[in-house]
Design a protein. Structure first.
Length: 184
């Protein structure tokens, strides 16, 4: 038994599909599933092997996790990074959005995380290194390792707008003007 119902079984008297069928059928124009698949097809998800092994280092400092080089104008497309590490209750999601500008040397519009500061000892920061180049840091707690496990940006814009690298080096202090990621 079971087997579900077909779209033909949920057509109303007016010849329109029921809400349930519309939401779940990717063949129906404007269905929720069709819209989700459309957006998902535009997002480029990279599994990143950006793991550091600073667990043997006894000193505190900051891990330089990500370098973002802006290579075009009007780059107000979101970037997202998922970070995990020793002592994390769950992976932290970082989101960065730059301001729309007529040049490649724009400022940060938003830098947020879903990390609840009270649950963790980790804080994330972003700082401008040079013209059009921004770096993401996390505080290093002695004997811990951190990994970036995923990066997401829009496919059509990734190569044209951003060059992202993963330095994974430990530094003693944050650069002047560093901004702390805020909680969403």
């Amino acid at each position: 038994m079971g087997g579900g119902i077909s779209n033909a079984q949920v057509v109303t008297e007016e010849g329109k599909y029921s809400l349930d069928a519309i939401q779940n059928n990717p063949d129906i124009e404007g269905s929720l599933r069709q819209e989700i698949e459309s957006v998902s097809g535009k997002i480029d998800t990279h599994i990143v092997n950006a793991w550091n092994n600073f667990s043997v280092i006894e000193s505190a400092g900051y891990i330089h996790l990500v370098r973002i080089k802006i290579s075009n104008i009007h780059i107000d497309y979101p970037l997202s990074f998922t970070v995990n590490g020793r002592g994390f209750i769950k992976p932290a999601n970082l989101k960065i959005l730059f301001h729309d500008a007529d040049n490649a040397d724009t400022d940060i519009n938003k830098c947020t995380t879903d990390l609840v500061t009270l649950d963790y000892n980790y804080k994330f920061y972003i700082a401008k290194e040079t013209t059009s180049t921004w770096n993401i840091y996390v505080n290093h707690i002695p004997y811990t390792s951190i990994a970036i496990i995923e990066a997401k940006i829009f496919k059509s814009k990734s190569a044209d707008f951003f060059q992202v690298t993963y330095p994974n080096v430990l530094v003693d202090s944050l650069p002047d003007g560093s901004l702390e990621f805020t909680t969403e």
